[in-house]
Design a protein around this ligand. Structure first.
Ligand code: NAD
Length: 293
């Protein structure tokens, strides 16, 4: 078993991003700038946004956090998005999900200017990704692709089974793995809550991407010897033994699956750290106008 080490790869890529951000500052006179909007006080969202902001500072980006109370109206939020869309000093805008029930996430996602949509959730970016055109790729799948690239994992011709079909992870991941690109060129099976014979399908996978949100969902008996296992899950449980008061678990039973796998991501220390890299790289590309003018 070999570890796909998110800590190592993310630190390495952060150094490269920092060097490029310094060049942007030198040539344009300003830092790449990411704005994040956070609504409410969801514990997970607070942690993710704080980490995004901290990492921006680390690589020499400017970051701005705009906070709203849970009760903010949809209209007010959309007006703020529009204001930031028009702000020439902002390169990337993300609205942390999930949003409160009275706000339609689709409306918010579509309101974000696609040229600043560094989460890559806007239909224009998703459509362009589908067509293998330059675009912002959703941060988590992008981070996973960068990790596969870094470790030179062979994907061409392999059978990749993605578990979970969310708009932010499973579905885009399935498209990226099937694209005529490197990494890519997989034969992809996208599975979900209605899939029949899931265990059998997963057992036939050379590459497994688990994005379900259920602790230890993928067990050793579901994994073929030598499979590459990507664990996207972040399941938080209260813990008395950690300083933070909670402990993170993946969707994969790491202890028993790891000995059977050829490569595997740990949780924490795997995909989560790479997601930040996807976001930083999209923001940098926006500041450099590499994708859209
Ligand atoms: P989601 O919660 O939106 O959807 C879960 C998916 O799992 C659905 O498509 C559903 O069909 C599928 N599913 C549920 N039960 C199933 C079953 N029994 N069999 C097969 N499929 C089943 O998913 P999400 O937002 O992609 O999140 C998934 C996990 O990944 C969560 O733990 C989340 O916290 C984590 N996540 C991690 C990162 C990261 O950076 N590491 C980023 C995003 C999400």
């Amino acid at each position: 078993m070999n570890l796909l080490d998110g800590k190592y790869v993310s630190e390495k890529l952060k150094q490269e991003i920092a060097a490029e951000a310094a060049e942007v500052l030198e040539t344009t006179g300003r830092k790449p700038h990411l704005v994040a909007i956070l609504v409410g006080n969801d514990g997970g969202s607070e942690t993710y946004v704080a980490s995004k902001m901290k990492n921006c500072e680390k690589v020499g980006f400017k970051s701005t956090l705009i906070r709203y109370d849970e009760s903010v109206s949809e209209a007010e939020l959309l007006a703020k998005v529009e204001e930031i869309n028009q702000d020439a000093e902002v390169d990337g805008l993300i609205v942390q999900l999930p949003l409160p029930k009275h706000i339609d996430p689709e409306k918010v996602t579509e309101k974000i200017e696609y040229r600043k949509d560094v989460d890559g959730f806007h239909p224009i970016n998703l459509g362009r990704m589908m067509r293998n055109l330059p675009c912002f790729i959703p941060a988590t799948p992008y981070g996973i692709m960068l990790m596969l690239e870094e470790y030179k994992i062979e994907t061409s011709g392999k059978h990749c089974v993605v578990i979970g079909r969310s708009n932010i992870v499973g579905s885009p991941m399935s498209i990226l793995m099937a694209r005529n690109a490197t990494p890519g060129n997989c034969t992809v099976t996208l599975t979900h809550s209605r899939t029949q014979n899931l265990e059998k399908l997963v057992r036939s996978a050379d590459i497994i991407v688990a994005a379900i949100g259920k602790k230890n969902f993928v067990t050793a008996d579901m994994v073929k010897d030598g499979a590459v296992v990507i664990d996207v899950g972040i399941n938080r449980e209260v813990s008395e033994t950690t300083k933070s008061g909670y402990k993170l678990y993946g969707d994969v039973d790491f202890e028993n699956v790891a000995p059977k796998s050829s490569w595997i991501t740990p949780v924490p220390g795997g995909v989560g750290l790479m997601t930040i890299i996807g976001l930083l790289k999209n923001t940098l590309a926006s500041a450099k106008k590499e994708i859209y003018q």
